[in-house]
Write a protein that binds this ligand. Structure first.
Ligand SMILES: Cc1cc2nc3c(=O)[nH]c(=O)nc-3n(C[C@H](O)[C@H](O)[C@H](O)COP(=O)(O)O)c2cc1C
Length: 192
């Protein structure tokens, strides 16, 4: 089983990163192969809307560090996306990645029920951390992105949230969130 983990926080020891790394370490213990990409260390642009992926190529035309991430996701069984909440949404680093997944959509995706060039049956694990302790705040984020990842054949997607986490290291004291990450990894990768 192959896992690609995309880290959207610029903090090396940020809360979303800690949760994602625990998920990945647990999955590796179960035999999964894990590749981790830290977006803030990569040089890449957002989607340029050139539409080359709809007219001339079956993939993104931009030749930057994101090309390797996009190729790795094609091969993955599980995609882990870890992001802090910035101004009520995902980080700009993560948005830049997600916009580039537009290149997975087929040329006729508006009319074709099989919209995506990705093999169906992948699973998304979405990790979201926020300073605000109120779970009702920013509960709209995951459903919005889950909707589009379903276009790409991702099913039974999982959300792990950490609310009331402001400083790096805050999640270390929240064993219920860390336990949730370990349990999710065990459930998804047992006998990987
Ligand atoms: C630019 C910026 C914007 C933020 N906006 C929000 C916000 O809208 N709501 C919120 O609850 N926390 C907000 N935060 C706090 C972060 O979500 C919080 O510190 C989170 O734990 C960061 O995750 P990380 O440790 O994985 O980087 C913001 C932080 C920054 C730096």
């Amino acid at each position: 089983m192959k896992i690609v983990c995309v880290l959207g926080s610029p903090r090396p020891r940020g809360n979303s990163t800690t949760i994602a790394r625990l998920f990945c370490e647990t999955a590796e213990k179960n035999g999964a192969q894990v590749r981790v990409f830290t977006l803030s260390k990569l040089e890449y642009r957002g989607c340029q809307a050139c539409m080359t992926c709809k007219t001339k190529l079956d993939r993104c035309a931009l030749k930057d560090d994101m090309a390797e991430v996009l190729e790795a996701v094609r091969e993955a069984d599980i995609l882990v996306l870890a992001t802090p909440v910035y101004y009520g949404d995902i980080s700009s680093q993560m948005k830049g990645f997600i916009d580039r997944t537009y290149s997975y959509l087929s040329s006729d995706f508006h009319d074709n029920p099989n919209r995506s060039r990705l093999k169906p049956g992948k699973r998304l694990v979405f990790i979201q951390t926020q300073g605000n302790p109120d779970e009702k705040s920013f509960a709209d984020i995951f459903p919005r992105y889950d909707y589009f990842f379903k276009w790409h054949g991702f099913t039974d997607n999982i959300l792990i949230r950490g609310c009331g986490l402001m400083e790096p290291g805050d999640v270390d004291r929240r064993i219920e969130i860390l336990g949730e990450a370990e349990n999710a990894a065990d459930i998804l990768t047992m006998n990987a």
